[in-house]
Write a protein that binds this ligand. Structure first.
Ligand code: 5MM
Length: 346
């Protein structure tokens, strides 16, 4: 393991004004996204969709520090034969790879899931490094029970997921690949913001204990969490100031200063909400945060672009403009200089 190299990559991933594009939708998820625009999920359509984003100069050069890819995309070539990973590199951005094999039902904990993919991971990581990947991602999915019931998440479920994240992160660093550790507390459900705080804080404490136990170097690790936010079906939705205050407080309590960066998932927030909430944190709390705070959005970077594209080559310029706008808004949010006026000036 070369810790200097890992640290350099991790620091570059949270460079000022930049963040990560999560384009790692697995085959099932990208099909759902394509269904929403009535486009068939063929290998060629998936390639064309990803290719137009990676070729969007203004977004990629100025605001996208790295791209998380699905394995198919890391191995895929553009229409002109250039590997898609090379296009990303040529834009000054870093290719990364989702290495988990998805969240699977846990028999012992009905309703809860554990993420699988550790078997054979060492060999896969060596191959991904050769293909150009310099960081990886593994996502654990934590669900909160509905209706005020407090049984989920269970301790056993949290423990299994955080342990897997620790094992994955150690294997990544052995292969000189920066691990993004993603313990996502879902915003589905009716829990309030304080329950989200409690579950997020507990999960992060357990995660950093597992990273310590597995001797993971925090200087070469990036955290990808949810914001502390109410469930979508909760009657009381918190405003951006409360979300920012509680999220920053939660991380200050749980995330060691040695971690170079925290990059949020958007988790079902609208594009503008995801930008605004990130902006509020960076505008109000930058001095209190020892880590860079940025984005690693999937839906909140791509939703407008996907719609504008709708599978038609003639729509590519409009789709690239939509992607550029979102990348710029989130770049501004990383700096704490996003505004509603900038948001509207598309
Ligand atoms: C891009 O979506 C990723 C999930 O893929 P699968 O569920 O198909 O494996 C996901 O991990 C994503 O990277 C993060 O959740 C961030 O995406 P959002 O849309 O939440 O910002």
């Amino acid at each position: 393991m070369n810790l200097d190299q890992l640290n350099q990559v991790a620091v570059a991933m949270v460079a000022p004004g930049k963040g990560i594009l999560a384009a790692d939708e697995s085959t099932g998820t990208i099909k759902k996204r394509f269904d929403s625009i009535n486009v068939e999920s063929t290998e060629e359509n998936r390639r064309d969709y990803r290719e137009f984003m990676f070729r969007t100069e203004t977004a990629m050069r100025d605001h996208i520090s790295g791209v998380i890819l699905f394995e198919e995309t890391l191995k895929q070539k553009a229409a002109d034969g250039t590997p898609l990973a090379k296009i990303i590199e040529d834009m000054g951005s870093i290719p990364g790879i989702k290495v988990d094999k998805g969240a699977k039902d846990m028999h012992a904990f009905p309703g809860e899931k554990v993420t699988e993919g550790l078997d054979g991971l060492r060999e896969r990581l060596a191959e991904y490094y050769e293909l150009g990947a310099r960081f990886a991602k593994w996502r654990a999915v934590i669900d909160i029970s509905r209706g005020g019931d407090r049984t989920m998440p269970t301790y056993g479920n949290l423990k299994a997921n955080m342990h897997a994240l620790g094992r994955y992160a150690a294997l990544c660093q052995e292969a000189n690949i920066v691990p993004i550790v993603e313990p996502e507390v879902l915003m589905d459900g009716d829990h309030d913001i304080d329950r989200c705080y409690e579950v997020t804080a507990t999960g992060l404490k357990m995660l950093f204990q597992e990273l310590f136990d597995q001797r993971v170097a925090l200087e070469g690790t990036i955290l990808k969490p949810n914001m502390v936010i109410a469930g979508k079906k909760c009657d009381r939705q918190a405003g951006t100031e409360e979300i920012a205050e509680k999220t920053v407080k939660c991380f200050r309590e749980t995330v060691p200063a040695a971690v170079p960066g925290i990059v949020f998932l958007s988790g079902g927030q609208s594009e503008a909400e995801a930008s605004q909430n990130l902006n509020t944190m960076n505008a109000a709390y930058k001095e209190q945060m020892p880590w860079g705070l940025s984005f690693s959005y999937g839906r909140a970077l791509q939703a407008s672009a996907l719609k504008a594209w709708s599978g038609k080559v003639e729509n590519v310029p409009a789709a690239q403009a939509a992607f550029s706008h979102r990348a710029r808004m989130n770049g501004l949010a990383q700096l704490g200089t996003w505004s509603e006026a900038a948001e509207k000036a598309a």
